[in-house]
Design a protein around this ligand. Structure first.
Ligand code: ZN
Ligand code: ZN
Length: 365
């Protein structure tokens, strides 16, 4: 089928709108008619070549909500017309060691992977790379494995639902499912973009205190307050940002530090902000930097350094619960949406997102 898509031919250049041929759904695959796709900062990193080597031409977009258009052989979870989210993290297979352990985010059968040869072919016969692996949202239609889909209720607005595919679960999930933050403990979130804000609202939901937003941009710190930060620290304005965290946490450091922005120096700073026995959870994927400058002594205070992708969620269970929280008014999604753009205006939306003054711009199809 011919579909309109926004294609990456060169790094750091606007996407090119063109007609591509999309594969029909094969075994276990589903064709989705796109309704909304939010722009995540990872898409922008990919388009700048900051997220590993990407074989061009390529297509990005991975915060997807749409409707099932056609199902391939063997698909049982969805039928034509269902409203779905498509996420980069698949549902676990249910059969492997980790799924049986209840850790479906570590499934060894259905793995989260980036940069796959995808389902779109251009007029020159080139098959596009899909930045987000199984999913691609910068197109009117996409063919996606069934295991990457989550059904959502018909009354869930598409521009809100799509945010659950990446930014919300990455932040909220990091708090609930990976760091397993407990009530009354202190949390510092380094990086208050779309993902960091969701870590902050997760910390508030759990009952953490204090909750400290850390960012070099004051507008992002203002957003942090809206999402539940009780304190903020701007490392550019603060002579010693690590000391600032210790001052707020009664001299102990933060029990949990969530690092939601790339950069080894930032990670190091986040680590130094943690309390004895504290846990540091990395959720910013970084730009391929190597970890240096660490010594065994850094870990002698019992600090733990870990990470999570997509909040270590159990995809279909946890997103269903998040939708329930949203409907109950306990999860902020409306406040995450900064602007809506038509698909034709995608390059404008990307420029606006890159500036960092918005939380999420959503492309509406
Ligand atoms: Zn993302
Ligand atoms: Zn599995």
């Amino acid at each position: 089928m011919k579909v309109k898509a926004a294609v990456m031919y060169e790094l750091n250049q606007p996407l090119v709108m063109e007609e591509l041929e999309l594969d029909p759904p094969g075994k276990g695959e589903v064709m989705i008619k796109m309704a909304a796709c939010a722009i995540c900062h990872s898409d922008i990193h990919a388009m700048k070549g900051e997220h590993g080597d990407i074989k061009l031409p390529a297509i990005a977009g991975h915060e997807i909500c749409g409707f099932v258009e056609e199902v391939g052989e063997g698909v049982i979870y969805v039928k034509k017309g269902d409203k779905v989210i498509a996420s980069i993290i698949p549902e676990g297979c249910g059969q492997c060691y980790y799924c049986r352990m209840g850790l479906s985010s570590q499934c060894t059968t259905n793995k989260l992977a980036l940069y796959k040869v995808g389902k779109f072919v251009n007029k020159k016969g080139q098959r596009l790379t899909q930045y987000a692996g199984a999913v691609a949202g910068f197109a009117e239609y996409a063919t996606i494995p069934e295991v990457n889909l989550v059904k959502v209720p018909d009354d869930m607005p598409e521009d809100r639902a799509c945010l659950l595919a990446c930014g919300v679960i990455s932040g909220f999930g990091a708090i609930l499912y990976r760091a397993k933050v407990t009530a009354n403990s202190s949390v510092a979130v380094v990086g208050c973009g779309g993902v960091g804000l969701n870590a902050i609202q997760g910390a508030k939901y759990i009952g953490a205190y204090p909750i400290i937003g850390v960012d070099v941009k004051d507008n992002k710190l203002a957003n942090a307050k809206i999402f539940g930060a009780t304190h903020t620290v701007n490392p550019k304005a603060e002579k010693d940002p690590i000391k600032a965290i210790f001052d707020i946490t009664y001299g102990r450091g933060a029990d949990y530090v969530i690092v939601a922005v790339a950069g080894i120096e930032i990670l190091r700073m986040g680590f130094m902000m943690a309390a004895r026995d504290g846990l540091v959870n990395i959720i910013g994927h970084g730009h391929g930097e190597k970890m240096t400058d660490w010594t065994p002594l850094d870990f002698m205070g019992g600090k733990r350094l870990t990470g999570s992708a997509m909040g270590a969620v159990k995809l279909r269970i946890d997103i269903a619960r998040l939708i329930e929280l949203y409907k109950a008014g306990r999860l902020k999604l409306d406040e995450l949406v900064s602007g809506h753009y038509t698909f034709d205006k995608i390059n404008e939306a990307l420029v606006s997102s890159e500036k960092g003054d918005v939380i999420r711009n959503v492309i509406m199809f």
